[in-house]
Design a protein around this ligand. Structure first.
Ligand SMILES: Cc1cc2nc3c(=O)[nH]c(=O)nc-3n(C[C@H](O)[C@H](O)[C@H](O)COP(=O)(O)OP(=O)(O)OC[C@H]3O[C@@H](n4cnc5c(N)ncnc54)[C@H](O)[C@@H]3O)c2cc1C
Length: 471
């Protein structure tokens, strides 16, 4: 029988959500235990998700810039390029991240334990280490941050060698010649566009006529245009009938319209599922929804008030940025500290090529709410910064109320979209008027100029409307 150690807060899972929860608790002077089953800390964000995919993306963009830099280079990738070559910076990035996080945990006096945690009761957690040692912890507040894993349907035989998911994709030895990507969500579209830029023959397959159904349609059309210019294909409105590895060289995919596709590899990207099974949640009376996620309120409280669930395990959107905010928010709520309302304005960043970002209402949502919102557009072709970097196409859409006074949302596709959106985020949060984008002077040449152009577009429409009414 192991004795139990008492803490103020126990956090299960050291991904972005758990880390931020732990740091927040420690900064408030609480005794915090952080339990992580893996050797490294950082979660799927660091080892299988955000950081590896963005490192590969950076390599793809870098190679593309080299290719476009001039014919003099005659640059092309070797046919048997190893994935490891493209991820050469990954180890450095992960190590830098890991040592930063470890320092942060030590500096804040957080007790870090490595083992698999499960509930024994509402206030007691049991942890088992890889050596089989058991340890119990009790706490006033418990934060569950165990993240998610790929959802692989039974009908597709993921073998992690020919048919891969996002956890195993980057363990491929070589860049494949062809890749079928099943699933037009964020992860599917990101990887599809990265591999397409690397010269892989990519076919992206989804049930819906368009990928990224939750994004502004105009942005998605721009994305598809860029994607198809790379020689890749989007096959919409398709159901997968059967997938099999033919034991020789191809993954054979049969589609509902009778088409058969042969590719060297397949990526299955059909969403994520919360890691709830190992936690023995029933011992603490924690409810799980029929979608397999833990329902929480705006403070990330579960149905058991002193137990919080944060990050991917409470459902979409699966974003590291949201996970961190959840961790912070949950612990501040538990400790009665002021929280702020940042969670209502979390931006969405999609690292496709070209990248996309969104905050607030998009055109369709604004039409539902305001009937006739005004939409200002700035095309990147009009922006000197985009012309200089040869960034090609891009679009910033500014959504305003029907009077053209109040900002409702920003959507961007194109180079630096995921950075550019933050200016809109601050403006939304501070109730900035459309006119103030014109009153301010922006650096030249910058992408931020797009805000001014879009605002001018809106004010132009307001002026036209006034003139028409006066006539
Ligand atoms: C390919 C890909 C690309 C992505 N790109 C982006 C991006 O560009 N931007 C972005 O914001 N987000 C991105 N994400 C999403 C992001 O990685 C996740 O939203 C984020 O990691 C979720 O954080 P989390 O803390 O909730 O969970 P996780 O990061 O999954 O961490 C959960 C931790 O809990 C541990 N754990 C699980 N069960 C137990 C247990 N019983 N006991 C102890 N420990 C346990 C796990 O080992 C893990 O370390 C991407 C994801 C993928 C897969």
């Amino acid at each position: 029988m192991s004795t139990s150690v008492a803490f103020d807060i126990v956090v299960i899972g050291a991904g972005p959500a758990g880390q931020k929860a732990a740091v927040q608790g420690a900064k408030a002077g609480k005794r915090v235990a952080l339990i992580e089953r893996e050797r490294g800390i950082g979660g799927s964000c660091v080892y299988r998700g955000t950081i590896p995919s963005k490192t590969l993306r950076e390599s793809a963009l870098h190679l593309d810039r080299l290719k476009r830099a001039g014919e003099a280079f005659q640059f092309s990738l070797k046919p048997d390029t190893q994935i490891a070559t493209l991820l050469s910076r990954l180890e450095d990035v992960v190590q830098a991240h890991d040592s930063f996080m470890s320092r942060q945990i030590r500096r804040n006096g957080i007790s870090l334990f490595h083992g698999r945690a499960r509930f024994l009761s509402e206030h007691t957690i049991e942890m088992q280490t890889v050596d089989g040692v058991q340890q119990q912890f009790t706490a006033d507040t418990i934060v569950v941050a165990t993240g998610s894993r790929p959802r692989n349907p039974e009908a597709i035989p993921v073998d992690h060698e020919h048919i891969l998911d996002s956890d195993s994709l980057l363990s491929m030895m070589y860049l494949p010649r062809s890749l079928a990507v099943v699933g037009g969500g964020v992860i599917g579209c990101e990887y599809a566009s990265i591999f397409a830029l690397l010269g892989v023959e990519v076919t992206l397959i989804d049930r819906a006529p368009y990928p990224l159904q939750f994004m502004d349609r105009e942005l998605v059309e721009q994305f598809i245009k860029g994607f198809e210019q790379q020689g890749a294909h989007y096959l919409g409105g398709q159901h997968i009938e059967k997938v099999r590895w033919n034991e020789v060289a191809h993954v054979v995919t049969k589609l509902s319209d009778g088409t058969t596709i042969n590719t060297e590899k397949m990526l299955v990207a059909l969403g994520r599922q919360a890691n709830v099974e190992d936690l023995n949640l029933s011992a603490a009376g924690i409810m799980v929804s029929d979608k397999g996620v833990i329902p929480v309120n705006q403070y990330c409280q579960t149905n058991v008030p002193h137990i919080y669930a944060v990050g991917d395990m409470v459902g979409a959107p699966a974003l590291a940025s949201k996970a961190m905010e959840h961790g912070r928010r949950a612990v501040r709520h538990a400790l009665n500290l002021p929280i702020g309302d940042a969670a209502s304005t979390i931006p969405l960043g999609i690292y496709t090529i070209p990248e996309m970002a969104s905050i607030g209402l998009d055109e369709m949502a604004a039409r539902e709410r305001y009937r006739d919102p005004l939409i200002g557009r700035a095309r990147f072709e009009e922006i000197a910064r985009a012309q200089i970097s040869g960034a090609g196409h891009g679009l910033l859409k500014m959504v305003a109320d029907p009077a053209g006074e109040r900002l409702l949302g920003i959507q961007v596709v194109g180079d630096s979209a995921t950075e550019l959106v933050h200016l809109g985020q601050l403006a939304l949060q501070n109730g900035t008027t459309i006119e103030s984008f014109i009153d301010n002077v922006f650096n030249f040449p910058t992408y931020a100029e797009a805000y001014r152009i879009a605002a001018l577009d809106i004010l132009g429409q307001v002026a036209k409307c006034r003139t028409a009414k006066a006539a």
